[in-house]
Design a protein around this ligand. Sequence first.
Ligand code: ATP
Length: 909
Amino acid sequence: MNEQKTRNRQTVNWHSFNVDNTIEQLQIDRNDGLSSQEVENRLKKFGNNRLPRPRGRSAWVRFLLQFHNVLIYVMLIAAGITGMLGDWVDTGVLLAAIFINAVIGFVQEGKAEQALDAIRSMLSLHSTVIRNGSRIEIEAEKLVPGDLVMLVSGDKVPADLRLLTSKGLRVNEAILTGESQAVEKTLEPVSPDAPLGDRLCMLYSGTLVVSGQATAIVVETGIHTELGRISAMLAQVQTGTTPLIRQITKFGHWLALVIVLLSGATYATGVLWHHHAPKEMFMMVVALAASAIPEGLPAIMTITLALGVRRMAKRNAIIRQLPAVETLGSVTVICSDKTGTLTRNEMTVQRIITATHVFGVSGVGYAPEGKVDLGGVQVALNEYPELSDIARALVLCNDAQLRKHSDGTWQVIGDPTEGALLAFAAKLGLDAELERSVMPLTDAIPFESEHRLMATLHHQTEDKSIIYVKGAPERIRAMCHIPSDINETPHHSPNDWESKAKEAASSGLRLLAVAVKVVDSTQHEVNFSDLNSGFTLLALVGIIDPPRDEVIMAVAVCNAAGIKVKMITGDHVETARAIGASLGIGLHKHALTGAEIEAMDDDQLQEVVLDVDVFARASPEHKLRLVQALQNTGQIVAMTGDGVNDAPALKRADVGVAMGLKGTEAAKEASDMVLADDNFATIGNAVREGRGIYDNIRKFILFTLPTNGGEALVVIAAILFQLTLPMTPAQILWINMVTSSTLGLALAFESPEFDVMRRQPRDPREPLLSWFFAWRVLMVSILMMAGSLGLFLWEIDRGSSLETARTMAVSAIVGAEMFYLINSRYIYKSVLSLEGLFGNRYALIAIAACAVLQLAYTHASPLQALFNSTDLSYDEWLKVLLVGMTIFLFAELEKVTLYLFRLWRKTAH
Ligand code: ATP
């Protein structure tokens, strides 16, 4: 409705407005943003900030498409022919079969789509805005014209915006202009008829901030944005298929063709050689084709995949690209970031190292509760003036805010490292807001991983300006002169800083140096050229970021699963080693630094890359080189990342993994999977699920092909050996309808087997349809055929009626399939255990449903009339069950034999 209401609004040339005009036009407060009331009003007036969803296929089209497959064509033609011949019962059965097939396919497909839709909505965009005078994060859908938006590098622009302030802002607008080079943005308005690419004061929805930061006003939302206007649809996240499914679908087509040809040959053999009645033979081969063509294969595989992907999403691993599910099972190396992924990203300052002292800081988390002490004795701010200088610097060179919730907990808005610094200052009693108002910020260089520092310029009075800088100690040290008192104090040489820093780092503390420089008061900008020299080092700050407990276990599980875990971090090498060691990564191994990586050429890197597990002071470009080096040694690599510059490495990796919480939109867009909780353990779980899904698909194929094959073999054998046909065409269609649709689906719900993480990663080149597969399919097909046909012939031989023998043959096949479903729960392992037999609720339900249907087939008179079936006695049912059980036991015996054979081969080697 709202979208309709506003569709006819006039287009405004916002790019020709200057900042003041824009503010006036949109009636906003430049500092405080919109009030909640105004947001409500505008939301009502302009609607949500979203594009209409790409229209999927309508339900009708989806239903009709179910009829578009080889099997249905064969059956439709057959129904036509039987109709012309006046054989209404057969026509009815055929049409019913076709209809049921379509309905089942339709429902299954709907389920798969629903599951994928739910996952798409989990990847919604968020934005930081200023409303009611404070900075908050909201869903981008809730943006309204007039909102003040804050952007930093890596963000996706959430609506069309007019720039208010910008610093080094470069934006990639390829989605709108096709130009892949990032554009540098400025504040000046341009002429009303300037083309899109030249409107430098505007930011357009869907484009990506490559570097810098900005504040901007929302001018257009939803369909009124440029993106909405060119009606570009939101990038489709899922494609609905994977290489494996494509491979199987293709296999299915070929199989269908072979079966149609085989049916033709069977028809010819039956009619010309064995002189069966052409009409009966015709129905027979139609039934043969219907039973043998695995028409449900792609549909059920898609469902298995969708259900698996939904299960993964529930456990925080959101798959963006479906093929990644398969690749996950082959991953041999996981390269992980440290902060937030292996560690908790809950920073607390624990140590302050100055030229003369080492202060301890107590307390955990962001609550300003704790003490600063020197040798165990609490100190006050006024006792050590250098402490207040340090705290002030840390508060001013800082972009974060601490907020207290009503439940008493403290939360950081912004970077957790900076939050920890604020908490430290608060423990000393420093009022951050007061400091920020006394020394207002004039300009800043925001923190970026590549530079490893942040600098801010402040004007206190007319004649005093100060630059504060904080960052990685070695970066800051290079721009400082060491305070003179160090040289004057015999116990504190520059080496002393170094040794104290090293000692702090090797106990796992993350280190940050902070320094200050007084500059000319006329300076109103801070640039990298200001950071070369002239700073005074104030202190080193040691911050603890405890490892996540669950990661220790997850790393061990990965190792057992043949997956190596490597840590790639921007942090100091000693800190990285210490944290790595506590998690079981890189123990007793050499660690490499970014500088060392740079000194190596690709060949050298390739040589050492497998032996090193900890890479420190590494930048995003190093990540890319590491992925390449690992891939060149034949590894399948999963790589995590969060920053805009991680995108190339994420794209290059076999499975790119982006962080859902602290990751930028740029990283998410380049990734195959997003971790909703940023947790390394989630990757391990995802690998487990990925392996499980792949297994389920294999299990389904191993279930379906032999059940189809068994029915087909019964018919072929009967025709070839000139036997009375053990089943009528209608009966074969019954088996197919009842069993293949109800039973097989239960395998999609299998949880990963308990030993999936004890297997080695799957070789991605390994074909799905291996010799083992062919053997298993053939063996079970023959068992089914032998059981059903054997029972039929025996009954005829005993003098049972044809109806009884046929009913028993049909029930034997159905029964065997029910038993074989349980066999199929594990591919190699025996199911003879409580868990193996009863562990899958869905399998039990499916078997029960199938049993009820088969009882109805045998004993309900309408079905007896339709299918020529007849009542069976207890004895006869017992024989049917015995056939099923024998097949079950044979299938289990094969697993044991296979196991022993493997064991023998292993020991023989
Ligand atoms: P990972 O790459 O595993 O996430 P990391 O978070 O430690 O590791 P970066 O965020 O790139 O890596 O930080 C690298 C270094 O930059 C840190 O060791 C620290 O010295 C410094 N640093 C981190 N955050 C800030 C910040 N907000 N301001 C200034 N310097 C920082």
